[in-house]
Design a protein around this ligand. Structure first.
Ligand code: PEP
Length: 256
């Protein structure tokens, strides 16, 4: 299976932006803007907007995701949200291991793995984020770091569950900075991720998994990034908050 046979996935990560009221207004703009898309369109919103987003996106081609999930099913974890709480709302996707969670909320490869397993067990589709920071890139350890993040995140994930996993390669130095990886850098690391998936699950699984690039993707650079053979979509932060910008990226992904 080559790129043409994998469905591109464009996912917006709204981060801590938009009240539920503002989310409703943005979704009203997004629905017509992406309705003809020939790719999977996902918006990952703050927890407080999920119910509104699910309600508004029902019957459209927009799928709704959360930005994080806790690994326990329930209990004394004040402030946390379980996978069952998300599926009960009608949420289909969740992001795990975003670099902002790793950087500001002490997420580790191990907790990313636990969250990923809990989400998959509940039937969610998971966008697992991996990526190096600037120091790690300058030290030349990008590939080994991303390989190890990927391996740990997928520990205990069955071959069947892998069908519900998307991996997002997000160089930390490119997130929210306006600095984008070159298309060659994005391709190189996405190919390395596909290789490690192949080592773990076999060639067919590697060919089937969708791997996104994320990091300041925008209408100006998306076509070149999305044209890379191992880049199957994008995880979009800033540009996902503007319907006109997000829809250009969705259109570029639809063209392949
Ligand atoms: C992100 O939040 O995953 C991201 C890639 O953000 P931005 O597009 O703003 O760099």
């Amino acid at each position: 299976m080559d790129k043409r046979n994998r469905k591109a996935v464009i996912a917006g990560n709204w981060k801590m932006n938009k009240t539920a009221t503002e989310a409703a207004a943005l979704i009203d703009q997004l629905i017509p803007a992406v309705q003809g898309a020939d790719c999977e369109v996902v918006i990952c919103t703050p927890f407080t907007s999920l119910a509104t987003a699910v309600e508004k996106c029902r019957g459209t081609n927009i799928h709704v995701g959360a930005e994080n999930v806790h690994f326990e099913k329930s209990g004394a974890f004040t402030g946390e949200i379980s996978a069952d709480m998300l599926t009960d709302l009608g949420v289909e996707y969740v992001i795990t291991g975003h670099s902002e969670r790793r950087q500001y909320f002490a997420e580790t490869d191990e907790t990313v793995n636990k969250r990923t397993l809990a989400a998959l067990a509940a039937g969610l589709k998971v966008i697992v984020c991996v990526g190096e920071n600037l120091t790690q890139r300058e030290q030349g350890i990008t590939e080994e770091l991303v390989r190890s993040q990927t391996k740990i995140a997928l520990l205990g994930v069955s071959a069947e569950q892998l069908a519900n996993v998307i991996i997002a390669y997000e160089p930390v130095w490119a997130i929210g900075t306006g600095r984008t990886a070159t298309s060659a850098q994005a391709q190189e690391v996405c190919a390395a991720i596909r290789k490690v998936v192949g080592e773990l699950y076999g060639e067919e699984a590697a060919k089937g998994i969708s791997i996104q690039y994320g990091g300041s993707m925008n209408p100006g650079n998306c076509a070149e990034l999305l044209a890379q053979p191992d880049v199957d979509g994008g995880l979009i932060g800033g540009a996902s908050l503007k319907a006109d910008q997000f829809s250009v990226i969705v259109e570029a992904a639809s063209k392949g």
